[in-house]
Design a protein around this ligand. Structure first.
Ligand code: F6P
Ligand code: MN
Length: 329
């Protein structure tokens, strides 16, 4: 019989707070999965009239999932604070609850444009140590601004044909499938390993004219196929939910890129470092892949802001190296 999540955590961490945090986080995600699956039956589809700090109109399910995560975790005594794509400011744990040794960052529902069209979406999470927990100091945004390498755990829950949890505690990447009848997570993938080579890329091609010339050159050479400089016939996928594209890459390899583009030259990229790029890069590296901005390794970026954006190129190691070579030209 497959291990349950509780059994797995019992075997792989000695830290009761981390165990409790991950259990409650995943439990909350089973409730998000339920809300997502109800769709139009419970009136949760569609948009709100509110824009988040990113200037994106929030979907009703973005707001609902954000609230479920706050309420599902603030009482656990495992956290000093939370931060989310859907909140302008950090969320310190209120004085009515006990504070704990960790910080949690999340994108409550990644790939929001997929919600209303019934395509896979997910919750992304990143867990950091709360630096001043022992001194009882008030939590500040600065406490969250730690490099991706400092992550204690990270992962995502994907709401697709199956609901799966994919996570790393820094020793490889494992996958659990939710048995919806019993609300139990079972270990179904004991180890994800990303093949180092690939013939598949994921990028929003409609932005091609806005990319840097070297990025354009790489994709043009992919399109040139076997007789072109890369000597391979490439396939393309783009799901427009990072969770789902990364899930495919963890399973069968590939590269995913959301590079800098000239539409908003002041913005470093589209994806957010702290709760999208960092947790995904941790997973990808732990599964043997690579994740870069084109200038540096994502996990080595010294963060400046909680909602900071970065260009992201990740996936099969040799293909990421190949893109880096193009960008260095
Ligand atoms: O969270 C941002 C996001 O939805 C990612 O999940 C996804 O990869 C990307 O944006 C899709 O962007 P676009 O709609 O520009 O293709
Ligand atoms: Mn997202």
């Amino acid at each position: 019989m497959n291990l349950t999540l509780s059994q797995y955590l019992h075997q792989h961490t000695n830290d009761p707070s981390l165990k409790e945090l991950l259990q409650q986080l995943c439990h909350t995600c089973t409730m998000i999965a339920h809300a997502v699956s109800k769709g139009a039956l419970s009136g949760v589809l569609g948009s709100t009239t509110h824009e988040n700090v990113q200037g994106e109109v929030q979907k009703k399910l973005d707001v609902i999932s954000n609230q479920m995560l706050l309420e599902g975790l603030e009482w656990t005594g495992t956290l000093s604070g939370m931060a989310s794509e859907e909140m302008d400011e950090i969320y310190p744990i209120s004085s009515s609850y006990q504070k704990g040794p960790y910080l949690l960052l999340f994108d409550p529902l990644d790939g929001s444009s997929n919600i209303d069209v019934n395509v896979s979406i997910g919750t992304i999470f990143s867990i950091l140590k709360a630096p001043h927990h022992a001194d009882h100091q008030a939590i500040t945004e600065k406490d969250f601004l730690q490099k991706g390498r400092e992550q204690i755990a990270a992962g995502y829950v994907i709401y697709g044909p199956q609901t799966m949890l994919v996570m790393t505690l820094g020793k490889g990447v494992v996958g659990f499938t939710l048995d919806r009848d019993t609300a139990t997570w079972y270990l179904t993938v004991p180890e994800f390993k990303i093949p180092s080579t690939t013939k598949e890329f994921a990028i929003n091609m409609s932005n091609m004219r806005h990319w840097e010339p070297n990025m354009r050159a790489y994709i043009e050479d992919c399109l040139a196929g076997e007789t072109g400089p890369l000597k391979k016939n490439y396939n393309m996928r783009w799901i427009a939910a990072m969770v789902t594209d990364v899930h495919r890459i963890l399973n069968r390899g590939g590269v995913f890129a959301y590079p800098w583009d000239a539409r908003e030259p002041g913005k470093a990229g589209k994806l957010r470092l702290m709760y999208e790029a960092n947790p995904m890069s941790f997973l990808v590296e732990q599964a043997g892949g690579k994740s870069i901005t084109g200038k540096e390794n994502i996990l080595d970026i010294e963060p400046e802001k909680i909602h900071q954006r970065v260009p992201v190129i990740l996936g099969s190691a040799q293909e990421v190296d190949c893109i880096q070579e193009y960008l260095n030209r």
